[in-house]
Design a protein around this ligand. Sequence first.
Ligand SMILES: NC(=O)c1ccc[n+]([C@@H]2O[C@H](COP(=O)([O-])OP(=O)(O)OC[C@H]3O[C@@H](n4cnc5c(N)ncnc54)[C@H](O)[C@@H]3O)[C@@H](O)[C@H]2O)c1
Length: 258
Amino acid sequence: MALEGKVALVTGAARWLGRGYAEAFAARGAAVIVADINAEGAEAVARDICNAGGRAAAVAVDVASESSVEAAFAEARKPFGEISILVNNAGGLFAPTQAAETFSLDQWSKAIAVNLTGSWLCARAAIPAMKAARWGRIINITSTTLDYGLPTEMAPYISSKGGVMGLTRALARELGRFDITVNAVAPGLIQPKVGREGRVSLSEEKLKSIFDLVIANQCIPRQGEVADLAGAVAFLASDDARFITGQVLNVDGGWALK
Ligand SMILES: NC(=O)c1ccc[n+]([C@@H]2O[C@H](COP(=O)([O-])OP(=O)(O)OC[C@H]3O[C@@H](n4cnc5c(N)ncnc54)[C@H](O)[C@@H]3O)[C@@H](O)[C@H]2O)c1
């Protein structure tokens, strides 16, 4: 149980990848706070983890809102104590893919607010207790699209994820002396085939052409799954990864080679 005694807060954990991270932490002995703007979904995931024998609680949070993040962290401490592992996973495209010059300022701002500002606000809320404990893990979720553009246009998303890389490096430099590591994980293309509600819609044809392209460029030529990511995130949260900081780990079947 590599994460016994730790308390992990995962944002955007009401479904898909974030849910996978929360379950992986619970399976390794951590108590988990399932944090999401979708309060019902977060409750359901926390319930499922508890039913499977883990320890979990849900909090509602809009990571893009300063007051919501502060309230959520105050709430999150109550069931299991201070947060020792933070995964900044909440995020997404939030606008249909389109030519860079056609995005509205609102579409741009939403991607920056959730993906980048949200990661900073949550880190800001988590750092004081990690410093006091002289142990912490912050894992930010970026994207392989930062290195490899797709034939879809995602300027706000990719820009926000670039900012997340900058945040990762800035925090890693500052926090290493407190034994707090800060790393990023860059998932490749790991999209659900069903349950695509709330996702930016791409036509079946466009989605297939993107998958074909990405898989053809991966060393391991198959579609990635949630479990492929979860183990990597759990590793970075563990003591085994204590001397790794400021890095980006591409978990993409070898799509990005660098
Ligand atoms: N799925 C992929 O192929 C892929 C690839 C690269 C990077 N990523 C990144 O991984 C992360 C998760 O992706 P996913 O595919 O699981 O997304 P998803 O849309 O399935 O889940 C995102 C979760 O975040 C929550 N959320 C959205 N806005 C929020 C907010 N303001 N505050 C709190 N929670 C909020 C949603 O309710 C949802 O539960 C994102 O940061 C995404 O950019 C995903």
